[in-house]
Design a protein around this ligand. Structure first.
Ligand code: NAG
Ligand code: NAG
Ligand code: NAG
Ligand code: NAG
Ligand code: NAG
Length: 182
């Protein structure tokens, strides 16, 4: 949970040390505000559980939350690419089933690259670039779902593109809250 106490202390100490470097937009996000962002993301449960399981959340400002949303998505893509898909591929015999899953793997590798770029862009506060890269990742991730749309085969990894999209919506909801530079 986001504690207002730790929020306050993390804000006050740097304020005392570096005084004017910290501005209002660096304020730590309280539980009510985070709840509103999660509601706006249209993937409320995923959003809540992602931030609840990350110990950086209690002291996070909007940029930190954005970075958490990206790193959580990158972890999901990494384990899917490196662990989950290879294990399923070993069990498949049909060449078309294999090809569909390999295409998803390729889509995920591409999306991972774009989200890594979005993470870096966000950490240097280039949010316009982050939006662009996030959208590129979103479009490619949806291609994996399309692989299975046209067949009667159920995707063995349907939860992955679904959660990747969900986490991307979380990133968009946070980006929407970050004021443009003045
Ligand atoms: C939570 O943060 C929002 C946005 O910064 C602010 O308007 C609100 O007053 C804060 N609520 C509490 C309980 O601190
Ligand atoms: C959550 O979002 C919906 C619209 O998607 C809105 O009607 C509702 O008031 C929101 N709830 C809160 C607590 O923000
Ligand atoms: C997808 O998100 C849900 C929560 O919304 C979670 O329960 C589930 O474990 C996630 N699956 C993957 C593969 O991340
Ligand atoms: C968060 O947890 C990790 C280990 O899971 C630890 O290395 C890190 O120091 C923790 N950070 C905070 C701010 O508590
Ligand atoms: C992101 O920028 C690149 C290069 O400027 C461009 O080719 C691409 O279409 C942009 N993507 C989106 C979603 O706007």
């Amino acid at each position: 949970m986001v504690s207002p106490i730790s929020c306050l202390s993390i804000l006050v100490i740097p304020l005392l040390v570096t005084s004017l470097f910290y501005q209002v937009s660096n304020a730590c996000v309280n539980a009510t505000y985070l709840d509103r962002i999660c509601n706006q993301s249209s993937s409320y449960e995923l959003c809540k559980s992602t931030f609840a399981s990350d110990n950086r959340t209690s002291t996070a400002d909007l940029t930190d939350l954005l970075l958490i949303s990206y790193s959580s998505n990158m972890n999901l893509l990494e384990t899917t690419i490196a662990n989950r898909i290879p294990k399923i591929l070993e069990l498949l015999n049909d060449p078309l089933d294999k090809a569909r899953l390999q295409n998803c793997q390729t889509d995920f590798i591409y999306a991972l690259g774009k989200l890594s770029g979005a993470y870096l862009a966000s950490s240097s506060k280039n949010y316009r670039k982050a939006v662009n890269l996030t959208t590129d990742a979103y479009v490619k991730n949806v291609e994996c779902e399309k692989e299975y749309d046209t067949t009667n085969r159920a995707s063995p990894i349907a939860d992955v593109p679904q959660n990747v999209t969900g986490l991307i919506f979380v990133s968009y909801a946070i980006l929407h809250e970050i004021p443009p530079p003045t």
